[in-house]
Design a protein. Structure first.
Length: 224
């Protein structure tokens, strides 16, 4: 059976994102074998509270992925990490479905300091974007100190147009027009001119994986 890896976003986990939103079941129904992994510092397994221990999230992820993947589906931070791996070893992870990512790929994580302060209970009044990400993180059962350390890690991955030009994999970029984190995505699309692109109305950022249109498009792209 063709294996497809599922890589969640910051604050999530395989169980809280992909399984909870029905992706594992849908992939099995389409004839794929889902491969669930957690980004370092995420999920009930916990991890280090030291930001420097998250200085190369992509290498940690690479060590968890089986060889010969048919493809991978990423969301947000998971998408960034899959693009980093594609830049390092073009085509090695098969077809790539990349959700919740846009021109923010090329910039520091803007909401990071505010989220860290909230995780440490230093603030209680959170803007909507921060509140949504905190609610997303709470569902995963992750250790807040681990999640704060991930946000405070040395900058990685660091991607540029030049590095992305090495990409060989078939790629689908799937976003929501109402995603305040990942929109606009014009610069990313220009850096990956070979990629397919779908933009839908609706769910915003953290709710993207719960939108059936994303799952349906991903399965169609992986089946093509």
């Amino acid at each position: 059976m063709k294996q497809v890896a599922l890589i969640h976003g910051w604050g999530g986990s395989y169980a809280a994102t992909w399984e909870a939103d029905g992706w594992a079941e849908a992939l099995r129904g389409a004839g794929f074998e889902p491969v669930g992994v957690n980004i370092a510092g995420h999920g009930a397994g916990g991890g280090s509270h030291e930001p420097t221990d998250y200085a190369d999230l992509a290498s940690d992820l690479a060590g968890k992925l089986p060889k010969g993947l048919h493809g991978a589906i990423g969301f947000s931070l998971g998408t960034k990490l899959m693009l980093e791996l594609e830049a390092r070893t073009p085509g090695a992870n098969g077809r790539l479905v990349l959700g919740g990512i846009g021109d923010n790929l090329f910039a520091p994580e803007a909401a990071g300091p505010a989220i860290v302060a909230a995780l440490r209970a230093e603030t209680t009044d959170h803007p909507p974007q921060v509140a949504a990400l905190l609610a997303y993180a709470e569902k995963s059962g992750s250790d807040p100190a681990c999640l704060a350390a991930v946000l405070e890690r040395p900058a990685n991955p660091v991607l540029t147009e030049d590095r992305l030009s090495a990409a060989k994999a078939p790629i689908l970029i799937f976003n929501s027009r109402d995603d305040a984190v990942a929109q606009p995505d014009d610069r990313l699309r220009a850096a990956l001119p070979q990629a397919s692109h779908q933009l839908i109305d609706g769910p915003g950022h953290v709710a993207l994986t719960s939108d059936a249109r994303f799952c349906e498009a991903a399965i169609a792209f992986l089946t093509d």
